[in-house]
Design a binder for this molecule. Sequence first.
Ligand SMILES: Cc1cc2nc3c(=O)[nH]c(=O)nc-3n(C[C@H](O)[C@H](O)[C@H](O)COP(=O)(O)OP(=O)(O)OC[C@H]3O[C@@H](n4cnc5c(N)ncnc54)[C@H](O)[C@@H]3O)c2cc1C
Length: 270
Amino acid sequence: MLTLRSPHDDGTALILRNEWVNGDYKHMVVKASHAACQAQPGQFFTLLCPAEGSMAPFFRRPMSTYGADPHRGEVEFLYKVTGKGTLALSRLQTGDSLDILGPLGKGFRLQPDWQHIVIVARGVGLATLAPLAEAAHAHRIAMTVILSARSQHALLAPSQQRFERLGARVLTALDDGTSQLDVIEQMLCDIIVQHAPDALFTCGSKRLTALLKRLAAEYGIAGQVAMEEQMVCGLGMCQCCTKVFEHDGKHISRRVCVEGPVFDLSEVVA
Ligand SMILES: Cc1cc2nc3c(=O)[nH]c(=O)nc-3n(C[C@H](O)[C@H](O)[C@H](O)COP(=O)(O)OP(=O)(O)OC[C@H]3O[C@@H](n4cnc5c(N)ncnc54)[C@H](O)[C@@H]3O)c2cc1C
């Protein structure tokens, strides 16, 4: 028997804008269902990238929520064009439709009594962390943000400005030397001494995740990471994104798509 669904909840989104931010990244805004617009920071969607001739991505591609506004009925994505799925996405025009499934997974958690958080984003990890900064701002939590990237060009100025508009102090770390791990470690230690942050957040780099996990443990600070594992179904069934985590002194397996993608730093096996 066929199950009929409301046209407003069938996963079909309408492309409103899909514009280049720089040579690698595009910012896509879609009109989406009310349910999709409830997406919380750190949650993600799986996108059915359109097929183009022999370029037919079989699996959906996971993409973090870069923004979700239930009043305007819009969901935003910021994505790097890396392979055939994102290339097909990059060709979508205003008025085209796109099949999106979500919001999926468990997002970031903020505690109302927190005063200051530190956000460390590497590359496109900032797409995942920008909505967290907006939520923190709404809860009057101060922020220091470190943006790490290959080059000034890869830094995504509009996203940097988005953090600055929220009142965040933004520091940059580039691969010309300043993003080397020991330099970022020194930056983080200075921030911890100066602001005594309540929590550290990161996305986009396994090396930075390991560093933040170590510093969070050393200084007794909470921490969360949004993990970007390769995924297939995004719904927990295929188990392809299963990773080992530490919990209560034991190693346990968890699916990044449903038990995450946001995890406590203390649970990540570096
Ligand atoms: C929860 C989650 C959230 C994500 N959010 C974003 C986002 O906001 N913006 C964004 O640009 N990307 C994001 N990604 C990564 C994005 O899903 C991949 O870049 C995309 O699936 C690549 O598809 P493709 O067909 O263009 O490339 P493919 O042809 O499939 O692969 C091209 C290259 O991308 C790499 N790649 C493929 N899948 C992933 C993956 N899951 N993570 C990292 N690298 C991958 C491959 O190893 C390969 O080198 C996210 C991934 C996850 C799991």
